[in-house]
Design a binder for this molecule. Structure first.
Ligand code: GRF
Length: 194
């Protein structure tokens, strides 16, 4: 993992596909003294993602790649990231699956947040499945990204109780609030050992 040496913060990109509430919490965190990261780039896989407005609001460079020609797009992205010396990627509600080659190129430097207690409930529709299975607890996880979906080394998790009257939407909203706290905490955790 890259170290945060000296006064320079780690140049970070956040990859999004939608609302960008995690992006918002990461931007706020990045502006605090305790943050080892500086967000200098936002990538969206969707030109209509609300999160792009946040990037614009905070004057962060942003681009949309729709991953239609995945290989070509990924090469362009890697080129951009290297050119701008970006050393950390935070996936935050990013709905595309990055290729093995891409991940190899950024080994140990890509993080993701997933709304479940991994290794349980990898993939999509987490909250529906959790409720359908009458689970008592769920939560969120920040982990390193490897080439297997939602399977990289876990950095931090937050466990929360599921209530009897919870619906997937209620649960998703409650967990999302915890995500906003957990992601910055996980970043601090990684770099505090550097
Ligand atoms: C979050 O729950 C994230 O864990 C999941 O998608 C949601 C994205 O929310 N992968 P937002 O775009 O950060 O608001």
């Amino acid at each position: 993992m890259v170290k945060s040496t000296g006064p320079n913060k780690i140049k970070t990109a956040v990859f999004i596909s939608g609302t960008g509430s995690n992006l918002k919490s990461l931007i706020k965190f990045s502006k605090s003294k305790k943050s080892p990261i500086d967000i200098i780039f936002v990538l969206s896989s969707n030109s209509k993602a609300k999160g792009l407005n946040l990037a614009k609001k905070y004057n962060i460079k942003n681009k949309t790649f729709i991953f239609k020609r995945k290989k070509i797009d990924e090469l362009k992205i890697l080129e951009y990231l290297k050119k701008h010396q970006i050393n950390l990627i935070c996936l935050a509600g990013f709905m595309k699956i990055l290729s093995k080659d891409f991940i190899e190129n950024f080994k140990g430097k890509i993080l993701n947040i997933h709304p479940s207690l991994l290794p349980k409930y990898k993939g999509l529709n987490t909250h529906d499945r959790v409720i359908a299975n009458n689970e008592k607890f769920s939560g969120c996880t920040v982990h390193f990204v490897n080439s297997k979906l939602d399977a990289g080394k876990i950095i931090l998790q937050k466990k929360i109780r599921i209530f009897k009257n919870d619906t997937p939407i209620k649960l998703a909203n409650r967990i999302l609030k915890h995500e906003h706290v957990l992601y910055p905490k996980a970043i601090i955790k990684i770099f505090s050992n550097s």
